[in-house]
Structure formats: structure tokens, C-alpha cells
Write a protein that binds this ligand. Sequence first.
Ligand SMILES: Cc1cc2nc3c(=O)[nH]c(=O)nc-3n(C[C@H](O)[C@H](O)[C@H](O)COP(=O)(O)O)c2cc1C
Length: 185
Amino acid sequence: MTKIAVIVGSLRAESVNKRLAQNLERLAPAGTTFEYTDIASLPLFNEELEGNYPAQAQAMKDVVAAADAILFVTPEYNHSYTGVLKNAIDWGSRPWGNNSWADKPTGIVGATISPNGTKFAQAALASIIEWFKSPLYVDQKVQLSVTENTFDSEGNLKDEFLDGAKSYIEGFVAWVNDNPSTPAE
Ligand SMILES: Cc1cc2nc3c(=O)[nH]c(=O)nc-3n(C[C@H](O)[C@H](O)[C@H](O)COP(=O)(O)O)c2cc1C
């Protein structure tokens, strides 16, 4: 059983990144579970709130702590990842000395409407993963440039995108199983 904590960096109901995550979940090898974190309910990070650490942030940390790996599914905003994702990362990195993102096998994928396919967002996120000293899956990346032809009417990836997505998630899960996570504490 491989448990993956999934962080989708968009709050949009019709998010293409949410759709991408759901497709990767569907294509994942048997025995893989996706545990979605709720980043929408997190307050804006403020160090003054840390003393009374918010229940929503603790719930997110609990999902990440129980997972074997982390998968960030990121949109690209202004050549970086989104503010809501950074807010979630900041909460998860606290309290000091209890960084939920540290030492966990991590993957990054993303979808955007531009031809660049989230490469700037993914690079910015990768630099934080490096800072956290977490192993990053870099063998293959999914940088999806979404057009009206990417998903069918049910939200499933069309055939031409399936192989890339399937081989990413299969490779990621195999790599995670070769890189067991060490507890952050
Ligand atoms: C504030 C803002 C900035 C954006 N900047 C970029 C960008 O730099 N590069 C890019 O590829 N797309 C950019 N976009 C377009 C997003 O890729 C597009 O809105 C995408 O659908 C967001 O992902 P989501 O559907 O998962 O919410 C931007 C969108 C917004 C709202």
C-alpha cells in the first residue's frame, strides 16, 4: 500500500490541476491511495497564530505525516506557483522544528493553459523541496499545457495524454517504494 498526500495548489472548483490529480489517481498502480489535503480552509499564515496552532493546519499536517510521499499538483501564477500553495507550505513547515514537508519523497506535476506547462512554477517549487532536503522525483515531469482538447467531457485525459500521465505515476510510486520516508520529527 502506498499512501500519497496530494496538495492541489488551486481553490477553483473547475481547476485543471484538480482534474489532473484525479486522473493520476485513476491511473495509479493498484494499492496506491491519494489523500487530498484541504488547503482552502487554512487561515493566512501569521506567526502570531502559531501559539494557538489552527486545527485546519494540524489536519493537513496529519495527512502528510501519515503518507509515504507527497505529490504537489501546481498551477502557474505569474511564473511561479500560487499564493494559496505557499500559504499551505508555510503552515506545514511550522511549528519550528516540526516541518511536515522535510525528508518525504516528493513529486511535482502541474497544469496550465500556457504552452510552457508550469515549468516556472515547478522550478520554483523544486527549490523549496531542495531546501527541505526532501528527495524529489525528477526522472519525469508532467507539465501539462491544457487546451480544450486535453480532457474529455467527463474530465478524463484524452488518449494522447494518458501514456505520459500513467508512466509518471507508475514511475513515481515505484520510486517512492524505493525511498521510504523518514519521519520529519
Ligand atoms: C493571477 C494569475 C496569473 C497567471 N499566470 C500564469 C503564468 O505565469 N503562467 C501560466 O502558464 N499561466 C498563468 N495563469 C493561467 C493559469 O495557468 C490558469 O488560470 C490555470 O487554469 C490555473 O490552474 P487551475 O485551473 O488549476 O486553477 C495565470 C492565472 C492567474 C489567475
